[in-house]
Design a protein around this ligand. Structure first.
Ligand SMILES: *Cc1c(COP(=O)(O)O)cnc(C)c1O
Length: 424
C-alpha cells in the first residue's frame, strides 16, 4: 500500500479519479513522476486560470523571495500588499466602475470570503435570512455550507444549516419561466412564510452545480428584485471570476453592480491560497479586528496577483484571446454533440467554463475516466455528476484544446458503445 492510501484520510477525492503521482506542471500540461504527460482540463478546479507556473509570475515570486520579502505579515502594511491594492484598484476595479469599493482580506480560502460576505450582510442589515439558489455551491464551512445546495456536502455538517432559503436558479423550472418573479412574489407577500432577507448570494455560472449559466436578463431582474426589497446582492465570483467567462468579472456583460463580490481560486494567479471580499464603501461597517484570521496576508499571493494584473489585465488583449478560445472550445463541443447524439447531450456553461451535460452520471463518469486513460485530466460536476466539465487554463494553446476535444470525442465514442453493449 502506498503512503497516501496508508495514512491520508478517506476524505480525499481527486486522487481517486487520477491515481498517479504528479511531479511537474507547466501551462496546461501535467507530468507524473514516471514521465507520463497529461493535458489539464481541470486547472485546479478553476484555480490556475493562467496555467501552472506561469513564467512571469514565477519570476516575480522568485525575485521577491530572493530579496527576503515578507512571507507572512498578519494584516500589516507591506510593500507587497501596497502593490496588490494599487494594481487591483487601477487595473481591475476602476475600469469596471468599482473604484470606491473596499477590499477585505479574509482567510485564504473561498469559503472564508463567503463567510465574511454573509456575516457582513447580516451585520449591516441586522437581518439573518439569506437567499441562495438551487444547485449553488459556496463552500463547506457552516455559513457557506448553509447556502450550498449539494446534499453530499450538506450531509457532512452534522448540525443544522439555518437561516437560508433556497430559490430556483435561472432555468430551474424550464425555459420561459423567469424564477425571479417567484422570488419577487414571495417577498411581496407578508404571508409567504419568508422573512425579509439580508442578502441574496448567487453564482452567475454555477461551477459545481453543473455549469448552469444565468442569462444576463435574469441577473438584471435579480438585481432589480434585490433593490426593490432592500436586500444586498452578493455575487460569488470565486470560480467564474478572474477572466474565466471572458471578462474579469463574470457579470460584466450583464451590466449589474453587486453590493458584495467574493473572489478567490485564481486571484493569486499562481495557485496560492488567497481570497478577498469586496463591497460598497457604505457597507464597510466593521470595527477593527471584528472579523479576523491569521492568514489574511499571504504576501506571496499579493506579488503573483499583482504580476498577473499587470501582465494580463493592462488592456483587453488577454480577455479577447479568452473569448476566442472559448468560441473554439464551445464550437468543438457542439460538433462533438452533433456526432454523438444531439438529442441527449447538451452544451452547458459560458466562456471557458463550458462542458457537456449527459443524460446521466454513468455516461459522464465513464467519459472522464476514459479521457484520463488517453492523457486528459478532466472532471464532472452537477447534481448527478452528469456534466463533463472543461475548466481549462485560460492560457491553453489551440493545439491543447484540439487534443482535448479529440480525446473527448474518442471517449464519448467508446463510452456510448460500451453502455449500449451493456444494455443489449
Ligand atoms: C470553490 C468555491 C468556493 C469555495 O472555495 P474553497 O477555496 O474551496 O473554500 C465557494 N464558491 C464557489 C463558487 C466555488 O467555486
Amino acid at each position: 500500500m502506498n503512503i497516501f492510501e496508508q495514512i491520508e484520510s478517506d476524505v480525499r477525492t481527486y486522487s481517486r479519479s487520477f491515481p498517479v503521482v504528479f511531479k511537474r506542471a507547466q501551462g496546461a500540461q501535467l507530468m507524473t513522476e514516471d514521465g507520463r504527460e497529461f493535458v489539464d482540463f481541470l486547472a485546479g478546479a478553476g484555480t490556475l486560470n493562467y496555467g501552472h507556473n506561469h513564467p512571469v509570475l514565477k519570476k516575480a515570486l522568485l525575485s521577491y523571495i530572493e530579496q527576503d520579502g515578507l512571507t507572512h505579515g498578519l494584516d500589516m502594511y507591506s510593500c507587497a500588499k501596497r502593490e496588490f491594492l494599487q494594481t487591483f484598484h487601477d487595473l481591475i476595479l476602476t475600469p469596471r466602475g468599482f473604484s470606491d469599493y473596499r477590499v477585505q482580506f479574509t482567510g485564504p480560502t473561498g469559503t472564508n470570503a463567503v463567510e465574511a460576505a454573509l456575516k457582513l450582510a447580516r451585520k449591516v442589515t441586522g437581518r439573518s435570512e439569506i437567499i441562495s439558489f438551487t444547485n449553488g455551491f459556496h463552500g463547506v464551512s457552516g455559513g457557506a455550507l448553509a447556502c450550498t445546495g449539494n446534499q453530499h456536502h450538506r450531509g457532512g455538517m452534522g448540525a443544522s444549516l439555518a437561516d437560508v432559503t433556497r430559490m430556483p436558479f435561472d432555468g430551474y423550472l424550464g425555459d420561459g419561466v423567469d424564477t425571479t418573479e417567484y422570488l419577487d412574489k414571495t417577498l411581496s407577500d407578508p404571508s409567504s412564510g419568508i422573512d425579509h432577507p439580508a442578502a441574496v448570494i448567487v453564482e452567475t455560472i454555477q461551477g459545481e452545480g453543473g455549469l448552469n449559466a444565468a442569462s444576463y436578463a435574469w441577473l438584471r431582474n435579480l438585481q432589480a428584485v434585490c433593490r426593490k426589497h432592500d436586500m444586498l446582492l452578493i455575487v460569488d465570483d470565486i470560480q467564474s471570476g478572474c477572466g474565466r467567462s471572458g471578462h474579469f468579472f463574470s457579470f460584466e456583460e450583464a451590466g449589474i453592480q453587486p453590493d458584495i463580490i467574493t473572489l478567490s481560486k485564481s486571484l493569486s494567479g499562481y495557485g496560492l491560497p488567497f481570497a478577498v471580499t469586496i463591497f460598497r464603501e457604505s457597507l464597510d461597517q466593521w470595527s477593527p479586528g471584528e472579523h479576523n484570521g491569521t492568514f489574511r496576508g499571504n504576501n506571496h499571493a499579493f506579488i503573483t496577483a499583482a504580476a498577473a494584473f499587470r501582465h494580463f489585465w493592462s488592456d483587453d488583449t488577454f480577455a479577447k484571446a479568452v473569448r476566442r478560445k472559448a468560441e473554439k472550445l464551445r464550437s468543438g463541443l457542439q460538433a462533438l454533440i452533433q456526432r454523438h447524439g444531439a438529442r441527449d447531450l447538451i452544451l452547458k456553461g459560458r466562456g471557458l467554463m463550458s462542458g457537456i451535460e449527459c443524460p446521466n452520471g454513468e455516461l459522464a463518469e465513464r467519459v472522464v475516466r476514459l479521457a484520463f486513460s488517453k492523457g486528459l485530466v478532466i472532471e464532472t460536476s452537477g447534481a448527478h455528476g452528469q456534466v463533463v466539465k472543461c475548466l481549462v487554463p485560460l492560457v491553453i494553446t489551440d493545439e491543447q484544446i484540439e487534443f482535448g476535444l479529440k480525446v473527448l470525442d474518442q471517449a464519448f465514442n467508446q463510452a456510448l458503445s460500451e453502455l449500449s453493449q451493456q444494455a443489449s
